[in-house]
Design a protein around this ligand. Sequence first.
Ligand SMILES: [Ca+2]
Ligand SMILES: [Ca+2]
Length: 325
Amino acid sequence: MKRATSATPRAGHWFSLSRQRGVALITAVLLVAMATVLATRIGSRGAIDQRRASALMLREQAYQIALGAEAWAGEILREDAQKGQEDTLVETWAMPLPALPVDGGTVEGNLEDLQGRFNLNNLVTPDGQPNLFAIGHLQRLLEALQLEPKWAQLLVDWLDPDTLRSFPDGAEDGEYLMAQPAYRAANTYLTSTSELLALPGFGVERLRVLAPYVTALPHGTRLNVCTASGVVIDTLSPKFREFSADPVQLAKNRQRGCFPTVADLSSAFTAEVWAEVNSHVEQRSAWFRLSTRVTLGGTEVTLYSLLERNGVGGSRATLRTFGTD
Ligand SMILES: [Ca+2]
Ligand SMILES: [Ca+2]
C-alpha cells in the first residue's frame, strides 16, 4: 500500500512534466508560425506600398510632362497668332505631335480647333433668351446625323434660367423631379458636352454620334469655317448641301488653306440667308483642345486641356480633365 501510494505522485510528476513540455512545444510552434505570418505580411505590405509609391510618382511625373506639353502647345499657338489672323488645317498647330521619347517613356498630343464645332452654349443668350438661329442650326445638324431634332429644344430648357417648359419638346424641373433619382435642370451653361446625358433619354449612343460635332464653349463663339466639318457648315442653312457629301474632296480643298472661306459662303447663300449666317461664321479661332498622352513605365496619363487664346496670342488652360474630355 505504501509503495502504491508513493508511486502515484511520481507518475503524476512525469505526466505534469510531459504536459508542460507539450505546451512549451505548441507555444514555440505557434510563436514561429505567428512570426512567419507577421514577417510575410510586413514583406508583402512593404512591396505593395513600394509599388503604390512608385506608381504615384510615375503618375505625377507623367502629369508634369503633360503640363510641359501644354506649355509647348501654348507656344505653338502664340507663334501661329503672329503669322496671321486665319486658322486653317495646314498650320503647325493642326499637325499632330507624334510619340516623342521622354525619360522613361513617350509623349504624344494633338490640338483641335473647337470653334470648328457647333457650340451648344450658343443656344441661349446671356440674358436667357433662346437664340433662334443656333436652335435651327442644331436641329438641322441633329437631323443630318439621323438624330431627333427635339433635343435642341430640350437643351434650351436645360440651359435657360427659367423653369417654363418649351413647347412641344421641352423639359424643366417638373420632368426631372419625376426621374429616379430626382434631379433639377441645370439652368446654366454647359462645361462639358457629356452633360447631354442628363437630358431625359438622350443616352450614350446619341452622344457618341453627336459628340464629334459639338462643343461647350462660352456663349457667342462663331464657327470657324476653315476647320468645321462639312455637315456643320451645310446645316448653317436649310437645304444647303455643299460640303458634307464628299469629305475627301473637302479635305483636298483644305490642303491649300482655308476652305470654304467666308467669302465662298457669302456667294453660296442667297442674300437673305447670308444676312443671317454672316454674324455666326469666321476664319479664325480662340478655343482649342489639346489632348496629351504620356506613357511612362506602366503608367499612362491622358490629359485634355481647353486652351483659350487671347487677342495677342497668349493662351491659358481654362479646363483640364483626365481620361475623358
Ligand atoms: Ca492661324
Ligand atoms: Ca430652364
